[in-house]
Design a protein around this ligand. Structure first.
Ligand SMILES: Nc1nc2c(c(=O)[nH]1)N[C@@H](CN(C=O)c1ccc(C(=O)N[C@@H](CCC(=O)O)C(=O)O)cc1)CN2
Ligand SMILES: NCC(=O)N[C@@H]1O[C@H](COP(=O)([O-])[O-])[C@@H](O)[C@H]1O
Length: 299
């Protein structure tokens, strides 16, 4: 069967190239070339093509198994991988154990990125205390009666731009992110939620409230969900989930402990993939993680 020729062009991060065809029939498409172009060819047998875009991509090269990636060299590349180290902002409201896990993984080198700023609505929380210990700058957001020094949404975006943040990671942050921030960082803001969304999510579902609802429901399983953030609570595209059992005599606290332990593992794994440009967007809008060991495998 003949190959499909396709002109692709350089584009910056988080662009999903619309296909001219549905995802379930042989793929072919032409993308208008604003900048650099290259030619990729794919066997017609592939049902859909995955597009991966890394921040400020300059080149596109075909990959096996119809994965088209847009990645490009840039300054500050990690010497081992040739990948640019990413700059991370973490948002917290409480103890910050997920923040600490990500920080430790960054220091140990498994995450090719650095936490350059911590954002919180509670300057006295455990996460903020840890940031002060490590010399990580702290930004207060939003402005509330308790945090009168908090900044505005526009100043928050300007502040993150000033830190050259690539990705925003919510980790126990309990305030609704403003639309200005969502628009400023498309497909670049993640949140971790302590249930298997869409179950037990939305306004009012946070912290122990989630686990109490899970136990009361009789659910036999729970676990963390990591999703991209949109304007509403917990409705963004799901990127990763992990399942833990809920035992017949579990208390909500026991479920919380089991889920939190899995959160720490899963969030580090996902942030590693984000920093290595291994997040790809299926044509129907579902984000996938490309396996580091086998680039032909996704989940
Ligand atoms: N635009 C978005 N902002 C935030 C999201 C999101 O998905 N989109 N996720 C939350 C985190 N979260 C669940 O994962 C969540 C946090 C808080 C609430 C909630 O009901 N909050 C209360 C206020 C709680 C407080 O101030 O102590 C409320 O809004 O009434 C639900 C879900 C982070 N931001
Ligand atoms: N809906 C948001 C929410 O409930 N987030 C949850 O808050 C906890 C923060 O713990 P941490 O501060 O120790 O990372 C975590 O369990 C996280 O999933």
């Amino acid at each position: 069967m003949g190959a499909t020729s396709m002109m692709l062009s350089g584009f910056c991060s988080n662009t999903t190239i619309p296909s001219l065809h549905s995802a379930k029939i042989p793929f072919s498409a032409t993308v208008s070339p604003p900048t650099i172009s290259s030619t990729c060819s794919f066997p017609q047998s592939h049902k859909w093509v995955i597009f991966r875009v890394s921040p400020c991509s300059r080149t596109i090269r075909a990959c096996r198994n119809s994965v088209v990636e847009a990645g490009g060299g840039s300054s500050g590349e990690d010497l081992r991988s040739g990948t640019r180290r990413k700059k991370l902002a973490v948002f917290v409201s409480g103890g910050g154990s997920n923040f600490r896990s990500i920080y430790e993984a960054s220091v140990q080198g498994s995450i090719l990125g650095d936490i350059v700023v911590l954002v919180t609505n509670k300057r006295g929380c455990g996460g903020a205390e840890f940031a002060r210990e490590k010399g990580i700058p702290i930004v207060l957001f939003p402005k509330t009666k308790d945090e009168y020094e908090g900044i505005s949404p526009a100043d928050l975006v300007a502040s993150l731009r000033g830190f050259e943040v690539d990705f925003v990671l919510l980790a126990g942050y309990l305030k609704l992110l403003p639309a200005e921030l969502i628009r400023a960082y498309p497909k670049s803001i993640l949140n971790i939620h302590p249930s298997l969304l869409p179950a037990f999510g939305g306004k009012g579902y946070y912290g122990m409230k989630v686990h109490k609802a899970v136990v009361a429901s009789g659910a036999r399983f729970s676990g963390p969900t990591i999703h991209f953030v949109d304007e509403h609570y917990d409705t963004g595209r799901i990127l990763a989930q992990s399942v833990v059992p809920v035992l017949p005599n579990d208390t909500p606290e026991e479920v919380a402990t089991r889920v939190l332990q899995e959160e720490h593992r899963l969030y580090v794994e996902v942030v590693e993939a984000m920093c290595e440009d291994r997040i790809v967007w299926r044509q129907d809008g579902v984000p996938l993680i490309q396996s580091k060991e086998n680039p032909n495998e996704y989940r």
